[in-house]
Design a protein around this ligand. Sequence first.
Ligand SMILES: [Ca+2]
Length: 312
Amino acid sequence: MRIHRPLAATALAVLTALTAAVTAAQPAAAAARDGVCQSGEFCYYYNSDNAGSVSDFTGSVADYGTTQPSCYDFKGPGNGKGLCVKNNAASVWNRTGKTVRVYYNSDFDGSHHSQDFAPGAKKNLDATLKNNNASHQVGVSSGGGGCSTDGTNTTPPSSILVYRVSAGRVDRVAFRSYVKNVLPNEWVSSWPRASLRAGAMAVKSYGWYWALHSTRKTSWGACYDVRDDTGDQVYRPSSAVASTSAAVDDTWGTRMTRGGSILQAHYCSTTTACPAWVSGDWMSQYGSRDLANAGRSWQYILDHYYSGITLH
Ligand SMILES: [Ca+2]
């Protein structure tokens, strides 16, 4: 187990900024996924030239799914209605006001191919992406190496910028994949389920917080949200295991807030191992294990360590 290092100086500055941001921010009105392409939405069409059934989105999606009834499907009237959108779209209309990137692979993986759509664009997918659309991301920087992430205090970011310290680069990682590939490196995957679930919530909250608030840059000027080492949370691609991934999935629909905002949930192996420990802001990892072994729930464990929180 690694000791989670504090970021005390940065944290104080960011908390001040957070307070200002929260008072200013108002939730945006969200259009519905109703098969009608409205202002604020990104829409796929089953046919070229914006014909056929529409599938309308208000945010990014890393994986559309491939089977009914769970997949994202075409909802509007016309050709294609009821079919899953993955690998079935021919044209788009971008009404989000931000650049949207469509990827050939899931999880915003553009290593094979991607295509950008400027705000207002009403276009066909190019020959490579037509019927090969697997994910899309709202709010990318069209200049490449984009800094923006798209989360709010109520919706998790679809991706997070991870500074791969040893490799010397910044990767954009689908947010749930990030959490799944942190938890087994920060927790002990054989620990009881309630401890893993409490850990999943803490790892998610910590990353979510920084995805919303980071202004950090590498020495060469690339922006990022979190480091991949103990400076933040240890992230290793392909390290996810079944027990920790289940804990992430089982708690994915729940968020932890304080005063309406996602908090930077710190944790440490014990209550005394981290000099920056502040009661109410930190969770003891061994403590979470012991409470779980005593039959406590993950919600109880989070409430026990983090003061003034609400689980939604
Ligand atoms: Ca709509």
